[in-house]
Design a protein around this ligand. Structure first.
Ligand SMILES: [Zn+2]
Length: 85
């Protein structure tokens, strides 16, 4: 899965809120924003989030499987945006 490794750990821009079924949109623990995060991590890692306010945190710490799934989804989405055409 080397092709999915991100060299810049904060290269994924989150433009839309992340909504988890039954929980509502994920919010920054620092300023309660729900958009404008950058996501970081590599394939198989827990997802990390960084807000414009400077706060970074690990969402879904109590659900590592969900966190890893989210990281993979973000990486796939970022890769397909980068691909020309
Ligand atoms: Zn914030």
């Amino acid at each position: 899965m080397d092709e999915f490794e991100l060299l810049d750990p904060w290269s994924i821009e989150m433009l839309a809120p992340i909504v988890v079924a039954g929980e509502g949109p994920m919010a920054c623990p620092g300023c309660a924003a729900v958009t404008g995060f950058s996501a970081g991590g590599r394939w198989g890692d827990l997802v990390r989030m960084r807000c414009r306010c400077g706060r970074d945190w690990l969402p879904f710490e109590d659900d590592p499987e969900l966190s890893r799934e989210l990281m993979k989804e973000l990486i796939i989405a970022a890769q397909s945006e980068d691909r020309p055409g």
